[in-house]
Design a binder for this molecule. Structure first.
Ligand SMILES: [Zn+2]
Length: 325
């Protein structure tokens, strides 16, 4: 699902909320009119008063006095309905429309700007489509535990974390491409997913893919003619693309061409990319042809992660919790 499909899904959600609100309002009205006929009677009088007011308004011959009479009658009928509701054990607003969001009344827009409820629904939709929904239980900077790093690595990691926070705050077309370099288990994936999830919270469309799945999708689109449903265009157009574990793929000329094409297209479109890899600069030179290497080296900010094995440390802590000395 791409960005536009996500927007369509959220617009549909808003429409469903409005429909459900009308259904619920009708259900309440019908139920109460059947059980308390006096309320039904007052409601009819209220509707008749409104209809009479509109006729009066259309004729344009009304006096201020008449206008006030309609208004006062309407207000007093509404008060009587509220009193009847209270006498029968219902809250005073029981017949008011039931909206999911009382700020925008489920329109999704308030004062010409997107309502917080719409933004929230959109970021939930983006997260579902991002490939990160089930990674690290919704990662975020707040979950970053620097104490998992050995003491001598902490300061370096803290700097990377601060850099990442600023990256999210100032994210846009001019943002740099990032290459996270480091040994397996040093936290590259976690930090890249933190950046991705935080950006989604600010309304950006972010896709995460291990390099193998990204290549698999392009391979299916190219050789098996399976364009439908594959996110190949989204990889090129997402606000941020995170490619994880570069270097774990099986090398072929197709791989080389595809990676170059994805990275290059995104550079041209000014869409930033974050790549994580265990490969050092020498490894990369041995693995890839020069044009891809030159992109990775000169069009990406290379950030070296400190040595650490977070997975081992997490396991050690779990074991210590289970068997405290
Ligand atoms: Zn709202």
């Amino acid at each position: 699902m791409n960005k536009n499909k996500c927007l369509e899904a959220v617009n549909q959600l808003m429409e469903d909320r409005r429909t459900n609100s009308r259904i619920e309002e009708n259900r309440r009205r019908e139920g109460i009119f059947a059980s308390v006929p006096a309320i039904a009677q007052k409601e009819r009088e209220l509707q008749e008063n409104h209809a009479a007011f509109f006729r009066f308004f259309a004729d344009r011959d009304g006096s201020e006095e008449k206008f006030l009479a309609f208004r006062d009658k309407s207000l007093s009928l509404q008060e009587e309905i509220k009193t009847l509701l209270a006498q029968n054990g219902y809250p005073a607003d029981y017949l008011d429309p039931v909206h999911h969001c009382s700020v925008c009344l489920d329109e999704g827009v308030v004062d010409g700007a997107l309502c917080a409820c719409y933004k929230q629904a959109l970021s939930e939709q983006y997260l579902k489509e991002s490939g990160m929904e089930h990674l690290f239980n919704g990662a975020g900077f707040a979950k970053y535990d620097l104490s998992l790093y050995p003491a001598d690595a902490r300061q370096k990691m803290e700097k990377l974390l601060e850099f990442s926070k600023k990256y999210v705050q100032t994210f846009g077309e001019e943002s740099q491409n990032l290459l996270f370099v480091g040994e397996p288990g040093c936290g590259k994936t976690f930090l890249s997913v933190c950046i991705g999830c935080e950006l989604i919270r600010t309304g950006k469309f972010v896709l995460y893919a291990p390099v193998q799945s990204l290549l698999g999708d392009f391979e299916a689109a190219t050789f098996r003619n399976k364009e439908a449903g594959l996110p190949t265009e989204d990889y090129l157009d997402a606000d941020l693309l995170i490619i994880d574990d570069l270097g774990t793929e099986f090398y072929s000329s197709f791989v080389e061409t595809t990676l170059y094409s994805v990275i290059n297209t995104r550079l041209t479109r000014k869409k930033p990319t974050v790549i994580s890899t265990n490969l050092s600069i020498d490894d990369r030179e041995a693995c890839y042809a020069s044009r891809l290497n030159s992109r990775l080296t000169y069009s990406f900010l290379n950030l070296q992660f400190p040595d650490a094995d977070l997975r081992a440390e997490i396991l050690r802590r779990k074991a210590a919790k289970k068997n405290p000395r």
